[in-house]
Design a protein around this ligand. Structure first.
Ligand code: GDD
Ligand code: MN
Length: 404
């Protein structure tokens, strides 16, 4: 039976990488969501795709017949994987195929697939049979049991890799440690953050704008989704039988770029810049007051007394600006003079501790690391600004159960 390519091929969504609550293409399913949509990203998997679709269909037909779909997203493979996949549609009617010609990359392929998906549970599996399909049933069971995200993991009981070289193991672990350093609150939530085999509830990522780079889509999902409970299921990463891996050094660079992008997106960068500008205004206030109090041509007071007063005036200046501007949205939720006074006293304490840290750091850098004293001072100021910002935001301005 011949297939009309234009009809059977999915068109590629454009615009931002966002999954919507409502899918216009629910037709064909009588307007109902399916239970499960599984995306299979492919690039030159012509030798694997048929076998893959066959095994997956057999497996899922045994548990959720008629209630799932398979979505192959191919990046215009030179071996024409998309064409081979399309030729399977008459036999496997729950199979849908997308051929992307404008965009590339594993992570975005997965999201484009999810954008047209009609399932309440969205999944991804490699198209090269390295991810054992039967694990899907355990992952499904975890989601049905209440998890928002179920990850197939090489690093929990029952998991592992088959014949990996020392170098590959080392690189994989190294990448995980790097992730733990840069993005601990995301990468640390799972034992195998590098996994490309998982399922997530649609509602956990709906309307979140995803913006991944490279291969590691799981980090993007945890970093930007509303992910509560996470379950991990062990699996052994199989050896490739056909075709070859697309991983090159480029993926490692992209991975680092992806971690940094998520880090900065998660940090309130604009707020930090405001905090920095307020800090700078404080320097001028401090200088001006010091001059007024200490200079022989003005009041001519003793230096220490003048400095203590000028520093406190600067702290008051900084507090007021931060309270109405930097953290204005947060202070708006804790109105009243008493609360403001409490914030002011806390701000003083944090800044005082910051000053002590500043002196300590300057000494360590200068005496032990032999850094030039001016450079050392600059580093110390930068580090302490960061400390002041972070602690003040988390413990002072932010509304928490404790200070309510
Ligand atoms: N559409 C599309 N576009 N698919 C791609 C692209 C791309 O640019 N690059 C790779 N793929 C597909 C491959 O065809 C394969 O189905 C799957 O993505 C994984 O690619 P491989 O090149 O086989 O990756 P791997 O085996 O080295 O890495 C796997 O192991 C990691 C665990 O260390 C991937 O599964 C990762 O997702 C996984 O985390
Ligand atoms: Mn592979």
């Amino acid at each position: 039976m011949s297939v009309n390519p234009a009809k059977s091929r999915l068109s590629v969504p454009s615009g931002s990488l966002q999954i919507s609550e409502w899918v216009p293409a629910l037709c064909g399913t009588n307007g109902h969501f399916l239970r499960f949509s599984l995306v299979i990203p492919t690039y030159n998997e012509g030798k694997n795709i048929k076998h893959m679709v066959q095994i997956l269909s057999q497996l899922l037909d045994s548990v959720i017949p008629g209630d799932y779909e398979l979505i192959v997203v191919d990046d215009d493979s030179p071996d024409r994987t998309w064409e081979i996949a399309q030729s399977l549609i008459p036999e496997y009617t729950h199979l849908r195929v997308m051929r992307r010609q404008q965009e590339r990359g594993l992570s975005t392929a997965v999201i484009r697939g999810w954008q047209v998906a009609r399932g309440q549970i969205l999944g991804v599996i490699d198209g090269d049979l390295q991810h054992p399909p039967e694990v899907l049933l355990k992952l499904l069971a975890e989601i049905e049991g209440g998890a928002d995200l179920a990850v197939a993991s090489r690093n929990v009981e029952g998991g592992g890799v088959s014949e990996w070289s020392f170098v590959r193991r080392f690189l994989s672990r190294g990448a995980q440690i790097l992730g733990l350093i840069i993005l601990p609150e995301v990468v640390g939530r799972v034992d195998d953050p590098m996994s490309g085999y998982f399922m997530v509830r649609r509602c956990a990522i709906v309307d979140r704008t995803l913006n991944p780079l490279g291969y590691k889509i799981l980090i993007e999902v945890i970093g930007r989704g509303k992910i509560g409970q996470i379950a991990e299921v062990g699996y052994v990463f199989q050896e490739r039988q056909e075709g070859e891996s697309k991983v090159t050094w480029k993926q490692y660079v992209e991975y680092l770029g992806h971690l940094l992008r998520l880090r900065f997106d998660r940090w309130p960068l604009a707020r930090f810049l405001r905090f920095g500008m307020v800090g700078l205004s404080g320097v001028f206030v401090d200088m001006a007051v010091l001059y007024l109090l200490h200079d022989p041509s003005t009041l001519g007071w003793a230096l220490t007394r003048s400095k203590i007063i000028s520093a406190e005036v600067a702290i008051i200046n900084n507090f007021l600006w931060n309270d109405v501007w930097t953290f204005g949205d947060m202070s708006g939720q804790q109105r009243g003079w008493r609360k403001r006074l409490k914030r002011f006293l806390k701000f003083n304490i944090v800044c005082l501790i910051g000053l002590v840290l500043n002196v300590l750091l300057l000494n360590v850098l200068y005496n032990f690391c032999r850094v030039n004293y001016l450079l050392a001072n600059l580093i110390a100021i930068a580090a302490v600004t960061f400390w002041n910002f972070w602690i003040n935001m988390k413990l002072n301005w932010r509304v928490t159960e404790i200070n309510n």
